[in-house]
Design a protein around this ligand. Structure first.
Ligand SMILES: Cc1cc2nc3c(=O)[nH]c(=O)nc-3n(C[C@H](O)[C@H](O)[C@H](O)COP(=O)(O)OP(=O)(O)OC[C@H]3O[C@@H](n4cnc5c(N)ncnc54)[C@H](O)[C@@H]3O)c2cc1C
Length: 472
């Protein structure tokens, strides 16, 4: 959303066609990046002046067993297509992101988390197996038992180890299309952390919206939502709530504004004064919502941002940079306060701020911590880009000092070498060793990989180079 580049884009629909593209890349001396639906906030699927394989046309659901909820899909199937397909039989994707437009290939490559991260972990924890197509055309069937090293390395490796060509996933059994939701208004970070402390363990989902314009003792004020799946029998008419129609977001907002036009209406508000008013109004309305319990469809609860399609366009002509640090439990309160206060002091108040609770996982390039994340949306323009960069460097220091981590799906600002500060050296070395084994020509690269790791140099050339990426 904040970066762009020009590349040669192929949109294959078969494995053979992907293999052909790798061959073309080899002949032309180009590298290849993989793309799902292009929903990453940064440059994870971009590959300037090189080749991009767009996998979004590989979207067949290959197998589904409604008795046990096991589904096998091609990588271009989106989360939305998957839940549309399975909900009628009482199944739901166990982990979803804040938008349903992402592909399953992209979801695995980033190892996405949802608002239920504390209980369900990341999507990778629900994957039974996947087929990995390596750049030399070999297809490896990967599961936890037969290929544990590849299983934990490929999930979360952002398309740098091979093409996830099919995915077998265990879906979650649901007994209703609704969640039981409760709102909790919090006047500051102390109250927000206290609420997470007392509620997160007991409830399936928890997420907080934070008003980043509030300062001093009100810093961290906002609205928390907790939500739970309904148990069998709680919904008198599950056959109705489990219909796709019952889940769908309405086509109009307030009965007359077409959702597709929402971003145009939002545009005049997407500036500091407008967003200060919007945040204040949301907080004030949230105070009235405090303590209320209600039922909300799974889609409406999980995919709030989808109700305003193309909302990112309201940040034009500059762009939106999302900054999402993950901070361990005992340091998060202080770090979040400092991040918001410093942003305010430098004149960059995030327009949308969301806080989540996380748990660690066993994937090689994991972004997870036993703690919290804060996702901050900043508006950046041509004029303020330089001072924004300075702010980001100062925020990075706060995050690293607190032992925090970053998530490549959301990142567009980390600099080369930064990975060493939050991924341990052993993990990076293991990742490089696997890459050298299955992609020795270093065909799979992206703007993200070059920004973070530097150019990957083929094993045969590595002896002749002093490139830093080889000695990470
Ligand atoms: C509004 C919004 C809300 C979001 N909310 C969340 C959230 O709550 N939690 C969360 O974790 N993330 C969230 N994200 C981030 C998003 O889930 C990830 O960036 C996801 O990877 C995007 O999937 P995609 O299909 O668009 O993939 P792309 O963005 O196109 O690609 C993402 C990565 O996957 C790789 N890739 C794609 N397909 C394959 C494949 N078949 N094989 C191997 N590698 C592949 C690409 O090379 C790239 O590195 C959100 C993004 C948006 C825009």
């Amino acid at each position: 959303m904040s970066s762009n580049s020009v590349a040669y884009v192929y949109r294959p629909v078969t494995i053979d066609a992907i293999v052909e593209v790798f061959e073309v890349a080899r002949q032309c001396g180009k590298t290849v990046a993989l793309k799902g639906a292009g929903n990453s906030y940064g440059d994870a699927f971009q590959n300037a002046e090189n080749i991009v394989i767009d996998l979004s046309r590989m979207k067949r659901i290959l197998e589904f067993d409604p008795r046990n909820g096991i589904v096998k899909c091609e990588p271009g199937v989106t989360i939305q297509e998957l839940w549309h397909y399975a909900i009628g039989d009482g199944w739901w994707p166990p982990v979803v992101s804040g938008t349903s437009y992402i592909t399953l290939g992209g979801a695995l490559a980033a190892n996405i988390h949802g608002k239920n991260n504390l209980h369900e972990g990341t999507i990778g924890e629900h994957v039974l197996s996947f087929d990995l197509l390596t750049p030399n055309g070999e297809v490896i069937q990967v599961d936890r038992d037969s290929e544990p090293e590849l299983f934990f390395a490929v999930i979360g490796s952002f398309g740098l180890l091979g093409v996830i060509a099919s995915i077998t996933l265990q879906l979650k059994r649901i007994h209703s299309g609704y969640l039981d939701v409760q709102a909790i208004s919090v006047p500051n970070f102390d109250a927000a952390f206290e609420a997470f402390q007392s509620k997160a363990e007991q409830h399936d989902y928890i997420v907080a919206w934070i008003d980043a314009f509030a300062s001093g003792p009100r810093c961290g004020r906002g609205l928390i939502h907790i939500a739970d799946y309904l148990k069998e029998g709680d919904d008198a008419h599950p056959e109705e709530s489990l219909r796709v129609d019952a889940q769908k977001l309405p086509d109009t907002v307030a009965g007359w504004i077409a959702r597709s036009r929402m971003w145009k209406l939002m545009r005049p508000w997407v500036r500091p004064t407008g967003m200060r008013i919007v945040n204040w109004a949301k907080y004030t309305a949230g105070k009235r919502e405090h303590g209320k319990r209600y039922r909300q469809s799974l889609a409406a609860f999980n995919f709030l941002l989808d109700s305003a399609p193309n909302w990112k366009w309201s940040y034009r002509p500059g762009g939106l940079v999302q900054y999402q640090p993950f901070i361990p439990m005992d340091r998060a309160r202080d770090a979040f306060d400092r991040i918001i206060t410093l942003s305010q002091d430098r004149g960059f108040v995030p327009f949308l701020t969301v806080m989540k609770r996380h748990r660690p996982d066993s994937f090689l390039l994991s972004h997870a911590v036993d703690g919290f994340s804060l996702a901050l949306d900043y508006k950046v323009t041509k004029k303020n880009r330089e001072s924004f960069r300075e702010l980001i460097r100062a925020l990075d220091e706060i995050v690293f000092e607190a032992g925090g981590k970053f998530y490549f799906a959301k990142d567009s600002t980390l600099q080369r070498g930064a990975a060493k500060l939050f991924l341990d050296e052993a993990s990076i070395s293991s990742f490089m060793a696997i890459k050298q084994r299955i992609d020795p020509e270093m065909i799979l690269q992206s703007d993200l990989s070059r920004r973070i790791f530097g150019e990957f140099v083929p094993v045969s050339n590595a002896l002749e180079t002093t490139d830093e990426s080889q000695i990470l």
